[in-house]
Design a protein around this ligand. Structure first.
Ligand SMILES: [Zn+2]
Length: 208
């Protein structure tokens, strides 16, 4: 991580370089009040590139004409796109969509053998430009959303396991993102949010 962890990005609204690239079904998602947003969920795409993530996001999966997607996507070089409006409920984490924002980081994760029992440890690290862009985005959102208070990794909110694709007697995690290579310490040192981390199970999602 080099000298990066020492850098502070607190007053960095001007540094946000956000490309608007809304999904076609953005306005079909349930609307919400911005003051209900109190949680930020960190994901990784577990896909090789942003274009493939886009293809997944565009897929219509529900009768409402919508699909699964985060609000924001950050590529390895820091390129940041917004796919879903803040005042819309995106489908990115089971049980916590209503009050949360989903940020997806492009990262291979376990791709393409997500549920193979011998392929559960991700090997791709998160480059500094991607983490710097994440910190800038988080601080921008913190300034915009007065009730945004907590941050957590997707896997902490979804601890379900499923049978491995290669051996049904072995269980593997449905979700591992953002995974053990995500630099939580750097992110927490440079943002004001509270990491509910492994305490997520006890987190009351109705609490404001
Ligand atoms: Zn996720």
């Amino acid at each position: 991580m080099g000298n990066f962890a020492k850098i502070t990005f607190f007053s960095s609204t001007s540094g946000v370089n956000l490309i608007q690239h809304k999904l076609a079904y953005d306005k079909q998602l349930t609307q919400r009040a911005l003051f209900n947003i109190d949680l930020l969920v960190i994901h990784c795409t577990e896909l090789p590139d942003l274009m493939m993530a886009r293809n997944y996001g565009e897929k219509i999966l529900y009768q409402s004409g919508t699909g699964n997607s985060g609000h924001f996507y950050i590529d390895r070089n820091g390129h940041t796109e917004q796919w879903i409006s803040l005042d819309r409920v995106a489908h990115h984490v089971q049980g916590y969509n209503q009050n949360s924002i989903g940020i997806e980081l492009v990262n291979q994760g376990r791709y393409p053998h997500w549920y193979h029992s011998d392929h559960q440890l991700p090997t791709e690290s998160y480059p500094d430009p991607q983490i710097k862009a994440l910190i800038i985005l988080i601080n921008h959102l913190t300034e915009q959303l007065p009730h945004l208070k907590h941050i957590v990794g997707h896997a902490d909110l979804d601890r379900r396991s499923i049978p491995a694709e290669n051996d049904e007697s072995v269980s593997v995690a449905r979700k591992i993102d953002p995974g053990p290579l995500f630099p939580w310490q750097t992110v927490m040192q440079n943002t004001r949010l509270i990491n509910i981390g492994s305490h997520a199970k006890n987190y009351d999602k109705s609490a404001k």
